[in-house]
Each structure stands twice: as structure tokens, then as C-alpha cells.
Design a protein. Structure first.
Lengths: 273, 190
């Protein structure tokens, strides 16, 4: 019974790739399987073959399926110690650059992106910085660029921000509107939102800082290598890479291109090559 | 019970430390199987269970790392705030997918992925706890042919979780902590 399901899942992922060029074939299979099972249940298909039929023939199915396969829920200033390390250890280096590019890779709903913009504004670096926020899911990019979050999430965002050494009040950056917190438009002034895949697209600019948190855990080693190779190519000399708290470059073939900068926060620095 | 079991999965919630202390330190040197453990712990950077059990156990105790090969005779704890999964190539995976039944790490997520990876070569144990996490996972494990155990709800610190698992998976064997330790030792001794 399990064998048939595995075959169906492989065929479905192949169909997604061949039809739409979304490549989930080298995602961590256990996670993708779990997400696909949820999609199957909620979208009301009998089995993965039927879902594959839907994906190939009904254009409305793709965005629904993508939501199950890609969307992550994050928080502003999630893992405050990461943001504190950026503020105290990375920012002093970035100050020495006349202009900066920061890439939030896999930005999902934008929580981390806006955390960066606020951090850089507090540190007086926003005006010389361009932020790139990329994701493969157009719906996620639309959510990120709206910058509207449910007010009940703001309490934890605020606590994180303070714990991260925030120099302002988070309430300075949003207005409340019918149960939502609407982020100040000006936070988007220096942001470029773009559709970009870490596994099929190329480098598009030279960065001083890349933050890609809790994305690599969803890739198998082959995709992880592809993505970390991309980061290595995109970073300027001595540029910084921040990963999720349980991610590391230890199993990557590009590990040698980086040295640990704040090891306990998974912040790496590009070596001079 | 002469079947080849290749891995053990365990889940515990309220009362976990006491229950696991009756089992994990009893596993002898030379124990052949990996033991993968999910305990419901509050989100936070450090998982206190690893040093705690590292000091008590004869087997190496580790926090699960993404993509790390699963080694026999080692005990792995899921990190706080991440799900722990097993890939079919017998490596560990982590995810920050939403909590399942309010839990991350989730026992169901571990058990279901391990059942996919190991099929009948898996044994699973649901211990004390106050919710229903692990019930669906234990059912999946049993359906894949694995050996299902629960801590006897009558003796459990908090019976709700093993009882829910037993209700969902009536073929599971209930046993007291000392019996569970002996059963697992027998499975893992060559």
C-alpha cells in the first residue's frame, strides 16, 4: 500500500515540475509527504493520482497546492538572540560599507523582512540599504508586500523585538485597523519583492548579508548544496549568512567557503576566496 | 517476539522526565537500536533533556540534527520548537511546520514518518501525558506492521495520552515502565 503512494507522490512532484517548473522533487521527502497528505485531505481528492490529474488540468488547483507546500508561519524577530547578534556583532561591520544589499531568501509572509528593515532603521542604515525579499510562492510575496498581520500576533512580535534589543517601540511602525496591524508603508520604500527559486534560479546581485532561516531544512542535501552554493556566489567578500537555529553548513559541500562568525546563532561569514 | 526491529520511537509529555528515567538509563551498553524521543517542551533555545539524560544514560544522548544519519545505540531528542522526522534513507529531518495538536515537536509527526521509513521494523511507545498526541502516530505505526506499546494508563503519572493511544490503537500492548524497559532491552540486544 505504501509503495503505491510513494509512486504517486513521485509522479505528482514530477508533474508539478514538468508543467509549472516548481521543483519539489528534492525537498525533504518526509516533510513534503506530510504536507501533501494534508493537501489531499483538505482539497478533497481521493488519492495523489487524482490530485495530479487536478494539478495538470485545472489551473485553480496549483495555487491551492502551493499554499500547502510552501507557506511557513514565522514571527517578527523570531529567536531574539539571533537579532541581538546581528545588531551587536554584524551591524558594526556593515556600517563600514557605503551601500548595502540584504537578501531575505524565502521571505514567506514578510515577518523577518520587516524585522530587518526596523533593525536597520534603528541602527541608521536603512537609507543606504536595499532589501531583496524573495519567495517562490506568489501568494506569499503578496502577503509580504501587504505587511498586514493579525493584531493578536503583535504581542509576541513586540516581546521578541524588545528581547532583541529593540531601540524603538514596535507600535511606532504599525496602525491598528479592524483587528489587524497595518505596517507603515515607508518600511517598504527600500524593499524589492521578487519571485525567485533557490533551486532553479541564479544569483541576481552581490549581497553583504543573506538571511535564510528554516528554509534549508526542507531541502534534501542536493538542494541544500545548490542553495548554499548560490549564497556563496551571491555574497561579497566577508559577507554574512544567517541560517535557522537548527540549520548548519556542516553537511554542505560549500562549507569551506564560510567560516563561523557567531556559531551559536548560525551566522557565518564568507571567506575571502 | 522474534522479529528484527531496527529503531524505537518514544513520545512523552507531562511526567516525561520521570517516565523516561525509568527506561532510558536502563538501556545497556551495546544496545543496538537508535531511540528517537519526542518530549513536549516549551519553545526555547536549549533542550535541557539532552544534558539531563546524557548524565544518566550509558548510551550517547544527542539533540537531533537535520540530515544527520541515524546511528544505532544512540538516543536522540527532538529540539524544542521543531518537529523531528525520519527520512527513508534513515537520516533525521527537522521541520518548523505548524504545531500538531498544539505540539511542536509532535509525537504523531515522528511516529508517522518513522512508520513510513521503517515499516514493520519499528517499535513505538507512548508514555504519560495530558493530551492526545501520539495516538494517530501509534495507529500508523501499528498499521505499517510495527510493534506498538503504551505505558499502562493505570500506572501512568498522567493517563490521558497513553489511554488516547490505546483507544486509537487497540492492538497496542500496555505495560508498566519497568516492563517496557525490559521489553525494549530484549528488542535491542543481539
Amino acid at each position: 500500500m505504501h509503495r503505491v503512494e510513494d509512486i504517486e507522490i513521485e509522479l505528482l512532484l514530477e508533474a508539478l515540475y514538468r508543467r509549472y517548473h516548481y521543483d519539489f522533487r528534492h525537498y525533504s521527502r518526509a516533510s513534503i509527504k506530510r504536507r501533501l497528505r494534508q493537501a489531499l485531505k483538505h482539497l478533497g481528492y481521493e488519492n495523489f493520482s487524482a490530485l495530479q490529474d487536478g494539478v495538470l488540468h485545472d489551473p485553480a488547483v496549483l495555487p491551492q497546492l502551493l499554499d500547502y507546500l510552501t507557506v511557513q508561519v514565522s514571527e517578527m524577530f523570531r529567536d531574539p538572540s539571533y537579532w541581538r547578534a546581528l545588531r551587536e556583532k554584524v551591524i558594526p561591520h556593515l556600517r563600514t560599507y557605503p551601500s548595502l544589499k540584504v537578501w531575505v531568501a524565502g521571505c514567506s509572509g514578510g515577518e523577518e523582512l520587516y524585522s530587518f528593515v526596523i533593525l536597520f532603521r534603528e541602527e541608521g542604515l536603512e537609507a543606504r540599504t536595499l532589501f531583496y525579499a524573495t519567495d517562490i510562492n506568489p501568494e506569499a510575496l503578496a502577503t509580504a508586500s501587504r505587511g498586514v498581520y493579525s493584531l493578536d500576533r503583535i504581542k509576541s512580535f513586540t516581546a521578541n523585538h524588545q528581547e532583541a534589543g529593540g531601540k524603538s517601540s514596535l507600535s511606532d511602525y504599525y496602525s491598528a485597523d479592524y483587528g489587524n496591524a497595518v505596517l507603515d508603508q515607508s518600511l517598504r520604500d527600500r524593499v524589492v519583492f521578487s519571485d525567485h527559486s533557490l533551486v532553479t534560479d541564479a544569483v541576481f546581485a552581490e549581497m553583504q548579508l543573506i538571511s535564510c532561516r528554516n528554509v534549508l531544512i526542507y531541502f534534501d542535501r542536493q538542494f541544500q548544496d545548490r542553495a548554499t552554493g548560490l549564497f556563496s556566489d551571491a555574497l561579497s567578500r566577508n559577507g554574512f549568512l544567517g541560517l535557522g537555529s537548527k540549520e548548519s553548513l556542516r553537511f554542505s559541500t560549500h562549507a569551506d567557503a564560510f567560516s563561523p562568525f557567531v556559531p551559536e546563532e548560525k551566522i557565518y561569514q564568507r571567506r575571502n576566496a | 517476539m522474534s522479529r528484527a526491529v531496527e529503531a524505537i520511537v518514544m513520545g512523552a509529555s507531562a511526567g516525561a522526565v520521570e517516565a523516561l528515567s525509568a527506561i532510558l538509563p536502563a538501556l545497556p551498553e551495546g544496545f543496538a537500536l537508535p531511540v528517537l524521543v519526542v518530549v513536549h517542551v516549551p519553545p526555547g533555545r536549549t533542550n535541557a533533556l539532552v544534558p539531563l539524560f546524557g548524565a544518566k544514560c550509558r548510551l550517547p544522548v544527542r539533540e537531533a540534527e537535520d540530515k544527520a544519519p541515524i546511528e544505532g545505540g544512540a538516543i536522540y531528542f527532538a529540539p524544542a520548537d521543531y518537529h523531528m522526522l525520519v527520512e527513508t534513507d534513515r537520516t533525521l529531518g527537522l521541520s518548523d511546520d505548524p504545531p500538531v495538536l498544539h505540539s511542536r515537536p509532535s509525537i504523531d509527526v515522528l511516529f508517522e514518518s518513522a512508520a513510513d521509513a521503517y515499516g514493520p521494523a519499528l517499535a513505538g511507545v507512548v508514555l504519560t501525558g495530558a493530551n492526545a498526541d501520539g495516538a494517530a502516530g501509534l495507529k500508523a505505526l501499528a498499521e505499517a506492521g510495527g510493534l506498538a506499546f503504551v505505558e499502562d494508563p493505570a500506572g501512568a503519572h498522567v493517563p490521558a495520552m497513553p489511554q488516547a493511544a490505546l483507544d486509537a490503537c487497540p492492538t497496542a500492548t500496555p505495560a508498566r515502565l519497568t516492563e517496557l524497559a525490559s521489553l525494549l532491552i530484549a528488542l535491542g540486544s543481539r
